[in-house]
Design a protein around this ligand. Structure first.
Ligand code: SAM
Length: 271
């Protein structure tokens, strides 16, 4: 079975599967529920508390799905680079139009597992088994259309030099597009021992980003249009009340604290 950072995908998959069973589910990720049922694994060990954590993970996916849909609405002919896809079913949830080329990328072991659990990738949907830090990765992806890089729960597992090199190479290779992802701050990296899913997987996080300027400095073409704290009450939109009272109280305190406000942030950058 998977270990380290690869094993963290089991936590997010489990969370989305649990949330899909809620009568008022946000994500309706029934494929995640199906995948869980077909994996011989004790999911009680992945560090997700069904009643407390599942909705937060589902809302993170919902939010990045919405940003993906926004980009594809204005760029119907585009390339989507879904990096560190794990067993996430974003391709099926978003159901991109016929002019979108979609690439799901993760380590080869993860892609092999995807192939066992989900329908074969055909047509404009492609799976690539590779580390995102492999210098040969982008050469396998055609240019000529604007690109959307979407990466959920990935950047923190990269070392800072790997993350900045990846972003710089994407800008250089495609020339035009958007990057959307979530990131931890340096404080968030320091607090990793309190993250049960990371601990349960035996994973480590490395890359902390404290402000959008650090990202814009990677390449002069990058402009950050949104930096939205995961603690911000506007992030879950109409679904705010689905988060527990305790979590909402903590998020209010975190928003008032300079060092906790940006502990987890959604970034959107154009180039
Ligand atoms: C927390 S999981 C998130 C998976 C998925 N995005 C989701 O939300 O369910 C982190 C994912 O990043 C992948 N990952 C971490 N480092 C990677 C790398 N260097 N290359 C490719 N994938 C990587 C792991 O294999 C894992 O699937």
């Amino acid at each position: 079975m998977l270990t380290g950072e690869k094993a963290t995908l089991l936590a997010t998959l489990y969370a989305r599967a649990i949330e899909s069973a809620a009568p008022d589910s946000v994500l309706h990720d029934t494929m995640a529920a199906h995948a869980i049922a077909n994996l011989d694994y004790d999911f009680t060990k992945v560090g997700i508390r069904p009643k407390k954590d599942a909705i937060g993970v589902a809302l993170r996916a919902w939010h990045l799905d919405n940003w993906t849909r926004d980009f594809l609405a204005t760029h119907p002919a585009a390339t989507v680079l879904h990096l560190g896809c794990g067993l996430d079913t974003r391709y099926y949830r978003v159901a991109p139009g016929p002019s979108v080329q979609w690439f799901d990328v993760d380590y080869p072991e993860v892609i092999t597992l995807r192939e066992q659990l989900y329908p074969p990738a055909t047509g404009n949907y492609h799976l690539i088994g590779s580390s995102v830090t492999d210098p040969g990765l982008l050469a396998r992806i055609p240019t000529g259309q604007p690109v959307l890089m979407v990466a959920e729960g990935l950047t923190m597992y990269l070392h800072p030099a790997e993350g900045t090199a990846l972003i710089g190479q994407i800008v250089e290779h495609f020339g035009h597009g958007q990057l959307i992802f979530d990131a931890l701050s340096r404080r968030g990296i320091k607090l990793q021992r309190y993250n049960k899913a990371i601990q349960a997987a035996g994973a480590k996080v490395f890359w902390g980003i404290d402000n959008p300027t650090e990202l814009e400095e990677i390449d002069h073409r990058l402009r950050c249009t949104t930096a939205l704290s995961a603690m911000d009450p506007t992030f879950p939109g109409p679904h705010l009340k689905k988060l527990s009272f305790g979590y909402r109280a903590f998020a209010r305190l975190a928003m008032a604290s300079r060092s906790l406000r940006n502990v987890a942030v959604f970034y959107r950058l154009d180039f």
